[in-house]
Design a protein around this ligand. Structure first.
Ligand code: NAD
Ligand code: MG
Length: 389
C-alpha cells in the first residue's frame, strides 16, 4: 500500500468497533483513523480520539454531546459533531477512503448513502441497514462503482468463496448458524428464558442486540435478507445449517456439485482485517486453525419449531420491497420489549409474524416511504399485546 488508508469508523465504542481499532493499532503505517462515532459513551470515545489522534468526532446522542461540550472532554483541536445529524455531517465534511459501519440499528442508512455518494468504499458490519434499504444501497454502490465489503462473518465467507468464480454457476449459499444461547434449552422451556440467559452466546463475544438475535435466530433471518442484497440471490438459493462450532463461516455450492467453505476461529478480527486490507492480506497474530490437532465439525438442519424467526425471514423476502424493513423494525422493538421484561422470549417471533401480516404498505417505493414503514412498524409492534396474538 502506497499511503495510509483513511478510515472513518462509525460505532467505535462497540464490539466490532473495538476489534477494528485493534487492527488499526497493529498496522499504524497502513491506516489513519480520520473520523469516529459513538452514541452515548463520550469518555470512551474521547479516549479513542486521544489514542489515535482522530481529527473528527461524532456523538449521535444529543444529551451526551451537550454534556461532552460542557465538560470539555474532547481536545479543541478536533472537530466535534453532535445529535441526530452528527453522523451525516461527519461523513459530509471528512475525506476518507473507507467507511466502517459498526453501529447497531438503521441509523447508518443515510450516512452510508452519503459515503457512497462521496466515493468511499464501505466495510459493512451492520446488517440492519441492508435489510431495511438494500435496494437503495446496492443501487448507489453500482452507480458509484465503490466496493461493498461485508464484515458479517457469514457474508465475508461467501464473498471470499465467490472470488474468482462465475456467479452464474452458483446453485446456493449455505449460511452457518451457531444456534445461539438457547440451542440446548428444551423447546417447552424457551418461554421462560430471561434476557440475561439470552445474552450468553456459546461461541462469539458480541453486542447485546445481536446476541439476543442469535438466540432467536432473527440474526440468521436478517442475514438471509442481507445475503439476498449482497449477492443478488433468489430466496430458494439461501439456506441455513446449524454448525455449533462456528468454524465454517459459510458455504457456497456450485451447479456442478462442488462446495467451497471459508474457515477461521470465531473471532471477528479475521473478517474485519480481510475487509480493511482488501484485496491484500496481512498476517494475523490471532491463533488460526491448527490442523496438527484432531477436531470434528458438525452440521444439521435447524429445527424451525425452535427457531420460527428463520421461516419468517423467508416470508419477509416474499413481501419485498418492504418485508425486510418490517421484519427488522418489528424484531428490534420486540427485543427492546423483551429486554425491558414486558414480553417473553417466545413472544418475539409472534410480534414479528403479526406485524408482517398486518402492516399496510404503499405501491410506491421511495426512501421516504421506506422510512415511514419503518416508523409505522415500530409504533404497531410497540403496542401489540402478545397474550392476544
Ligand atoms: P455494540 O452494541 O457492541 O456497539 C454498537 C455501537 O453503535 C456503539 O459504538 C454505539 O455507540 C453505537 N450506537 C448505539 N446506538 C446508536 C444509535 N442510536 N445511533 C448511532 N450509534 C449507535 O454492537 P456490535 O455487536 O458491535 O454490532 C454492531 C453492528 O455489527 C450490528 O449491526 C451487528 O448486527 C453487526 N455485527 C456484529 C457482530 C459482532 O461480532 N459483534 C458480527 C456481525 C455483525
Ligand atoms: Mg453473522
Amino acid at each position: 500500500m502506497d499511503k495510509a488508508k483513511r478510515i472513518i469508523l462509525l460505532g467505535a465504542t462497540g464490539s466490532i468497533g473495538s476489534n477494528t481499532l485493534e487492527i488499526i493499532q497493529r498496522f499504524p503505517e497502513d491506516f489513519q483513523l480520520v473520523g469516529i462515532s459513538a452514541h452515548k459513551k463520550c469518555q470512551a470515545l474521547a479516549q479513542i480520539a486521544e489514542t489515535f489522534q482522530v481529527p473528527s468526532i461524532a456523538l449521535s446522542d444529543e444529551s451526551a454531546y451537550q454534556s461532552a461540550v460542557e465538560a470539555k472532554i474532547f481536545s479543541k483541536d478536533s472537530k466535534l459533531y453532535g445529535g441526530d445529524q452528527a453522523l451525516h455531517q461527519l461523513i459530509e465534511e471528512t475525506q476518507a477512503d473507507i467507511l466502517v459501519v459498526a453501529i447497531v440499528g438503521t441509523h447508518a442508512l443515510s450516512p452510508t448513502l452519503k459515503a457512497i455518494e462521496k466515493g468511499f468504499d464501505i466495510a459493512l458490519a451492520n446488517k440492519e441497514l441492508l435489510v431495511l434499504g438494500g435496494s437503495f444501497v446496492t443501487q448507489a454502490i453500482q452507480e458509484k462503482q465503490v466496493r461493498l465489503l461485508p464484515i458479517d462473518s457469514e457474508h465475508n465467507a461467501i464473498f471470499q468463496c465467490l472470488h474468482g468464480n462465475n456467479t452464474k454457476d452458483l446453485k446456493s449459499i449455505i449460511l452457518t448458524a451457531s444456534g445461539g444461547a438457547c440451542r440446548d434449552t428444551p423447546i417447552d422451556q424457551l418461554q421462560d428464558i430471561t434476557p440475561h440467559q439470552a445474552k450468553q452466546h456459546p461461541n462469539w463475544s458480541m453486542g447485546a442486540k445481536i446476541t439476543i438475535d442469535s438466540a432467536t435466530m432473527a440474526n440468521k433471518g436478517l442475514e438471509i435478507i442481507e445475503a439476498r442484497w449482497l449477492f443478488d440471490l433468489e430466496p430458494h438459493q439461501i439456506k441455513v445449517t446449524l454448525h455449533p462450532e462456528s468454524i465454517v463461516h459459510s458455504f457456497v455450492q456450485w451447479i456442478d456439485g462442488s462446495v467451497l467453505a471459508q474457515l477461521s476461529p470465531p473471532s471477528m478480527t479475521f473478517a474485519i482485517q480481510h475487509c480493511l486490507f482488501y484485496p491484500d492480506k496481512r498476517a494475523n497474530p490471532k491463533p488460526s486453525i491448527d490442523f496438527d490437532e484432531s477436531f470434528s465439525l458438525n452440521f444439521a438442519p435447524p429445527d424451525l419449531k425452535r427457531y420460527p424467526c428463520l421461516e419468517l425471514a423467508y416470508q419477509a423476502l416474499k413481501q419485498e420491497p418492504y418485508g425486510g424493513a418490517i421484519y427488522n423494525a418489528a424484531n428490534e422493538i420486540a427485543v427492546q420489549r423483551f429486554v425491558a421484561e414486558e414480553i417473553r422470549f417466545t413472544d418475539i417471533p409472534k410480534i414479528i409474524e403479526h406485524t408482517l401480516n398486518n402492516i399496510q404498505t404503499p405501491n410506491t417505493h421511495t426512501l421516504a416511504s421506506l422510512l415511514k414503514i419503518d416508523q409505522d412498524t415500530r409504533d404497531f409492534a410497540q403496542q401489540l399485546d402478545p397474550k392476544k396474538l
